[in-house]
Design a protein around this ligand. Structure first.
Ligand code: AMP
Length: 326
């Protein structure tokens, strides 16, 4: 971001005696990491400033570092600045008091289809909101202060949202900022152990789920985790949602979809792809996101079939007109 924009963000922070930081629902490493990191770098130079991180719903795999504050009362909120991180839309913000706040600042890297906030800084080219927060800190010199603790949180978000620095948006600056964070010294082995290690029960569950993977003619891999499967496996919605990762390394399958039936009968769709975009497809089914990682909702099994067929047609067209994919 430019120096001018960084100063504008700082002016909002400096003007507010009370700040609440919130992120999107169904958190990922970037949502939690950017929130925890920003709280730490604001408080480091001004410890007396009231800066709260109000998280909300949880993801088990992030519990090793998430540490949120209690939701403050209405009086606090109505006099506070709300900084919303990593959420492209207002309806995905995990804060039920969102309407009370005095001012809202949005800092994000998702495509900005629904702008909001009194000040909004959206950098779609960044692989993570954490990267944007590091950039903000660098541009502001000593006004915000990086610490070893903050560096670890921000590194976790950068690592997870960039697919361990594999995704296309990873730039020289991404790696330079990650390197700068590493220089603060934290235990990367502990981070990766927390991100990768899994229980024996969950590995057994995954092995059973592999049996549910199907493919279309043109290479769309998909899995449908019904309510019935969730109940018989005794798994949470979050665990069911993780099945999308089982589909990501199949040669030829450039689009992969996980359908998760929720308790109220709606079907959450997680769409992923390589080389070919699926954001427009997601928006046809009430969702959106990034070109290679989106979410949507289906309201019936017919809609599920229709989405799979649409994905297959997109892939057929892509493969006909492109070479070089695996
Ligand atoms: P998920 O599969 O939930 O990890 O979502 C992948 C990406 O799509 C995330 O960056 C979300 O911001 C975005 N996304 C997920 N669901 C929706 C939705 N219903 N509407 C818009 N964007 C979404």
């Amino acid at each position: 971001m430019t120096q001018e924009i960084a100063e504008k963000v700082y002016a909002e922070i400096a003007a507010a005696d009370r700040i609440v930081i919130s992120r999107h629902i169904r958190p990922d490493g970037d949502a939690v990491g950017s929130s925890m990191g920003l709280r730490a770098i604001i408080k480091a130079p001004i410890p007396e400033k009231e800066v709260l991180y109000v998280g909300g719903d949880k993801a088990d795999y992030l519990a090793f570092f998430e540490n949120e504050d209690e939701m403050p009362d209405d009086e606090f909120c109505s006099s506070a600045l709300l900084i919303i991180l990593d959420s492209g839309t207002l309806d995905r913000v995990s804060n039920e008091k969102i309407g009370l706040f005095k001012r809202i600042v949005k800092l994000d890297h998702h495509i900005d289809d629904n702008p909001f906030g009194d000040l909004s800084v959206v950098e779609e080219f960044r692989t993570s909101t954490c990267e944007l927060i590091v950039d903000l800190c660098v541009k502001l010199g000593g006004k915000l202060k990086m610490t070893a603790e903050a560096a670890e949180y921000l590194y976790i978000g950068m690592v997870t949202d960039s697919g361990r620095f594999r995704f296309n948006g990873t730039t020289g600056e991404t790696l330079r900022y990650a390197a700068m964070l590493l220089d603060y010294g934290f235990n990367t082995e502990r981070i990766f152990a927390n991100l990768y290690l899994d229980s024996f029960e969950n590995l057994s569950f995954r092995s059973r789920m592999f049996g549910h993977i199907k493919q279309t003619e043109n290479g769309v891999a998909y899995i449908f985790v019904s309510k019935e499967i969730r109940e018989s496996e005794n798994i949470t919605l979050e665990q069911a949602s993780q099945t999308v990762m089982l589909l990501d390394s199949i040669k030829n399958d450039l689009i992969w979809l996980a359908f998760i039936e929720t308790d109220d009968g709606e079907i959450r769709v997680r769409l992923r792809s390589r080389f070919v975009g699926i954001k427009d497809l997601a928006s046809r089914y009430g969702g959106g996101g990034h070109e290679n990682a989106s979410g949507a909702t289906c309201r019936s099994l017919e809609e599920v079939d229709s989405l799979i067929n649409d994905a297959d047609a997109i892939l057929a067209d892509f493969k006909k007109n492109n070479t070089g994919w695996l």
